[in-house]
Design a protein around this ligand. Structure first.
Ligand code: UDP
Ligand code: MG
Length: 309
């Protein structure tokens, strides 16, 4: 028998845990038929509610349930990393606990792994039920990433993905502190089959992401998988030098022909404001990369586990 580990990061999800378990375990007959055992590995990301209690309840009746519990909230990225690290399966699949990643897709995903794909990934083709502003910025982010990063990052890609042990190990070998899994998946490569589905709304509870958190997460993605913003300063610098050069010629010629060297106070102020703005912006970008580098060189652990079964 081989083993499939279902990794499920949870943060304050007391209402969803049991429901998720029941839905996932429905696939057991299928996997048994294929000679595959299932285990469900919950990663409790420092929940403040009864999530861990709910998980322990499941564990009491079912040996296939395992869990890791963090000492505090480390974020979903850390939870996924811990899940991969603690998983023992020959195949692993990462799923959200809120049933937005339909468990009914598992058999289809597995059939592609059987055919020889290293991973089967999913993407949402619609963003139905999501605030329009959020969708707009999400789209913008993916379009930008496509331009500035060489790593392939799919629009609408979910973290819902089944993969072989080999690919899981490859992801684990990327021990960076600032994690952006969607990029890491692309970076490690391997042959990936994409499945598409319509957006499903959350079964219970509410989303843990607000606009601000998503914005910071997108900065994470950009700094982790592109260095293009760092070259903005050089490009703008060269551009401004060219403009300045043309203007110097223009002013000298005008002085020689018409006199009048001191006009244009307002335009001077505008130019100073504009250039200093661009300078601050570029310093800010440098600061972002420096901050990420600073956190990275500290080599802090990605998570700290408090309890584990
Ligand atoms: N999650 C987590 N740690 C966090 C935030 C979220 O482990 O700090 C888990 C959460 O419990 C859920 C999954 O990540 O299983 C996706 O979160 P959510 O449904 O809130 O995100 P959305 O689907 O709205 O993007
Ligand atoms: Mg969700």
């Amino acid at each position: 028998m081989s083993l499939l580990t279902v990794i499920c990061p949870c943060y304050n999800e007391e209402e969803s845990v049991e429901l998720f378990y029941r839905e996932v375990i429905k696939n057991e007959a299928f996997f048994q038929g294929k000679g595959v055992d299932m285990e469900i590995l919950f990663v409790d990301d420092g929940s403040k509610d009864a999530t861990l209690l709910e998980i322990k309840k499941l564990r009491k009746d079912d040996e296939r349930v395992r869990y890791v519990s963090f000492s505090r909230n480390f974020g979903k990225e850390a939870a996924m990393y811990a899940g991969l690290e603690k998983s023992r399966g020959d195949y692993v699949v990462i799923m959200d606990v809120d049933l937005q990643d339909p468990p009914a897709l598992l058999p289809e995903m597995f059939s592609y792994v059987e055919q020889g794909y290293d991973s089967v990934a999913t993407r949402r083709v619609s963003r139905k039920g999501e605030p329009p502003v959020r969708s707009f910025f999400a789209r913008l982010f993916y379009r930008l990433m496509k331009k500035i990063s060489r790593t392939e990052i799919m629009d609408g890609a979910r973290d819902y993905r089944m993969m072989t042990r080999q690919m899981a190990e490859a992801i684990l070998s990327m021990g960076e502190y600032n994690r952006f899994t969607k990029g890491i998946y692309g970076w490690v490569g391997f042959q990936t089959k994409w499945l598409e589905y319509e957006n499903v709304e959350r079964a219970k509870g509410e989303t843990k992401w607000n606009f601000w958190k998503l914005l910071l997460y997108s900065v994470e993605g950009i700094t982790a998988f592109s260095t293009a913003p760092l070259s903005i300063a050089s490009v703008v610098g060269v551009l401004f030098c060219l403009i300045a050069f043309v203007m110097i010629i223009f002013i000298i010629v005008r002085k020689l022909l018409f006199g009048d060297p001191v006009s244009g106070w307002p335009s001077l102020v505008c130019i100073i404001l504009m250039t200093s703005g661009v300078q601050f912006f570029c310093t800010g970008i440098l600061g972002q990369y420096l901050a990420k580098t600073y956190l990275e060189v500290k080599r802090r652990p990605i998570y700290i586990a408090k309890e584990e079964v």
